[in-house]
Design a protein around this ligand. Structure first.
Ligand code: HXC
Length: 278
């Protein structure tokens, strides 16, 4: 598969494994789905949007990967449980869960509506819990599994206009550490990744600041400005890619991660350490 042409991972690394990737049809999630499929896993791509599912499925299968889709809103606990039961009925197992689905946007806390707060908390935090809880019995019964959740770095110092998302992701970090210890006896490894700035379409939308907020929209800037921002604001001098994140997920999903649990990996070219505090 073309994805493997430049990959450090060996072909067949995840042969016979089943991976569920929420929000796996676009952006970072799709990068993860593609790499796991290229390494031999059967990837179940979950998304709320049928168009995202169809396109992702076609691309992965055209490249020779094994994949299927499930239409799923991770906020709906009953649908999450039913979807996991369907996957197990079809494939017999779930080895890897990637909690990638997220919803974020810039908005002033003073006027954030209850529904806006709830939407982001429910996608980012509740969804991560619902999916993790749903795969627990099957992973425990199999003798183990890997859960990898998506966090961020903006809550390390606080980030104006993102109270909802920073609170949710701080919760994801806490959940990761707690489940790691609670489920270690079942050999379920629970880790998280904290991506830095990756200019996918979803991130560009989420990081479009409200008008008159005074926050620069770095993602809407011209190519030249984007390059200048990366050169100045990201110590490693470039924007991230979905592949940068997918590589860490593949590492954690593989036996290379066998003694890693409860860890949160920042993958950001050093951005958060260098970023001036908000
Ligand atoms: C204020 C907003 C808003 C905004 C939505 N709302 N956008 N409030 N400012 N920009 C409010 C709505 O008015 C509504 O409240 C409530 O939020 C729910 O909105 P809906 O559109 O009805 O919800 P829904 O269709 O479920 O969409 C959920 C969503 C949406 C989170 C609002 O943005 C979404 O689906 N996003 C998914 C994709 C995404 O955001 N990906 C970004 C990932 S980037 P009221 O009160 O009006 O009913 C990421 C960054 C990583 O995670 C960090 C890198 C550093």
């Amino acid at each position: 598969m073309t994805v493997l042409a430049t990959s450090v991972f060996r072909p067949g690394l995840l042969d016979g494994q089943v991976a569920l990737v929420t929000g796996g049809g676009t952006g970072i999630g799709f990068g993860i789905s593609k790499l796991l499929a290229a390494l031999g896993a059967h990837v179940v791509i979950a998304s709320r949007k049928p168009a995202h599912l169809a396109q992702a499925l076609e691309e992965i299968t055209a490249a020779g990967g094994k994949a299927s889709t499930v239409m799923l809103d991770v906020r709906d606990q009953e649908r999450v449980a039913a979807s996991v039961a369907e996957i197990v009925a079809t494939h017999g197992r779930i080895d890897v869960l990637v909690n990638n689905a997220a919803g974020n946007f810039y908005a002033p806390s003073a006027t954030l509506s209850p529904n806006a707060w709830r939407s982001v908390m429910e996608i980012d935090l509740y969804g991560t819990f619902y999916c993790s809880q749903a795969v627990y019995p099957i992973m425990a019964q199999q003798g183990g599994g890997r859960i990898i959740s998506t966090s961020m770095t903006l809550h390390y110092r606080g980030w104006p206009l993102m109270a909802h998302a920073t609170a949710a992701k701080a919760g994801v970090d806490a959940l990761t550490r707690t489940l790691a210890v609670e489920w270690a006896p079942q050999r379920i490894r629970v880790n998280a990744i904290a991506p830095g700035p990756i200019p996918t379409e979803g991130v560009r939308k989420a990081f479009a600041p409200p008008a008159d907020s005074g926050v620069p929209d770095v993602f809407a800037a011209t190519e030249r400005h984007m390059e200048a921002y990366a050169a100045k604001g990201i110590p490693l001098g470039r924007w991230g890619t979905p592949e940068d994140i997918a590589n860490m997920v593949a590492f954690l999903a593989s036996p290379a991660g066998d003694w890693i649990t409860g860890s949160i990996f920042v993958i950001d070219g050093g951005e958060w350490l260098a970023k001036p505090s908000a």
